[in-house]
Design a protein around this ligand. Structure first.
Ligand SMILES: [Zn+2]
Length: 355
């Protein structure tokens, strides 16, 4: 429901920009395409971030229906009443339906500051580091988001919000092989879901009650060691994924609920849905997962499993023909090359959009 508003605003703002074009610095000097400071004082010092881009957000939506979505910004911890400042030059837009959300629009870029009591009016032009409002009670944080062309992008990507350093390393908390959310052990046959529970910790300590709660790794990849190339299960480093929530987070995923006992989130990544164990011969293998944050702190972890499909196979298929194996190898090689090509194109496009 928020995706549409930047596009609509963009259309209106484009006209404003055309009128102002030629000599007016309002839209040309903004730091939107470069790095920018924090929306809280001190501007040039890192603040604690208690919610990451891509974290699971599970609850009841505005329409009263259950809702599952990727967190489309970051939550910067700040006491209620803390002054909040513009992080780019642009024009203020406040939707009357969301009076505690301040948007700043410049060209196709929109920065949004949620849970803020505005100190400015809709339509005003603001300069970088102008006071725009104060953190609304009882939220204890600013939800800050950045969208380009109506697409949310990660403010913690290198070259955007800063200074930002991260020396913590995301970690795997467990693997499981499942059908319909139920573990099937480590001896596999047929089709199974591959699931890894993974967590990152915030680089700066976060005030209670959000202290010690997990955040999502920015990148989750997996492979069968020695048999498949790396596949990406989740990538929050750039744009918010456009795939459904349930194709990245597995059943029993939970967001942080700091006011509940044992209210730590569980981030269960669905590496593959209905993975066909018959794509490999019977034997023992290792499933390996690699996690990274936005600063490239990386960890790898693996688990052993066995494939036992013999009982289901027709005897004639046991002595596999050499030709079949070659064919299979070629197919895997081709798809790996294709994936690398697509990844390269995506990187190039990403580089243009989000320097
Ligand atoms: Zn938020």
């Amino acid at each position: 429901m928020f995706i549409n508003s930047p596009i609509r605003i963009h259309g209106r703002l484009l006209r404003v920009a055309l009128v102002l074009a030629g000599g007016v610095s309002l839209f040309s000097a903004g730091p939107a395409a470069a790095s920018y400071g924090w929306p809280l004082k001190p501007f040039d010092r890192q603040h604690p971030v208690r919610g990451f881009f891509g974290d699971p957000r599970i609850g009841i939506g505005g329409d009263g229906e259950p809702s599952q979505q990727f967190h489309f910004g970051i939550d910067i911890s700040a006491p209620d009443g803390t002054p909040v400042y513009a992080t780019l030059n642009g024009r203020i837009s406040i939707d009357p339906r969301h009076p505690d959300v301040v948007d700043i629009v410049a060209g196709s870029t929109q920065f949004s500051y949620w849970h803020v009591i505005p100190a400015i009016r809709s339509g005003e032009a603001v300069a970088y580091r102008t006071l725009i409002g104060h953190v609304e009670a009882p939220w204890g944080h600013v939800h800050f988001s950045e969208a380009v062309g109506g697409v949310y992008i990660n403010p913690l990507r290198p070259g955007a919000l800063g200074p930002y350093a991260d020396h913590t390393r995301p970690n795997i908390h467990g693997f499981s092989f499942e059908r319909s959310g139920k573990s099937v052990g480590h001896e596999l046959s047929g089709h199974v879901d591959l699931v890894a529970e993974a967590l990152d910790e915030t680089p700066l300590a976060v005030p209670a009650p959000w202290d010690g709660k997990p955040v999502a790794p920015a990148l989750v990849r997996w492979r069968i060691v020695g048999h498949t190339s790396w596949a990406t299960a989740a990538d929050f480093r750039g744009a918010l994924p456009t795939v459904p929530f349930g194709s990245i987070y597995a059943p029993w995923t939970r967001q942080n609920h700091p006011w509940r006992r044992g209210g730590s989130g569980r981030y269960r990544f669905l590496l593959a849905t209905g993975w066909n164990t018959a794509s490999l011969r019977d034997g023992t293998y290792r499933l390996e997962v690699e996690l990274s944050d936005t600063r490239g702190n990386t960890s790898r972890s693996n688990t052993a499993f066995a494939i036992r499909n013999d009982a289901q196979r027709a005897p004639a298929s046991v002595p596999a023909a050499a030709g079949d194996e070659t064919q299979a190898a070629t197919t895997v090689g081709d798809s790996a090359r294709l994936r690398r090509f697509v990844a390269r194109v995506a990187d190039t496009v990403g580089g243009l959009l989000w320097p």
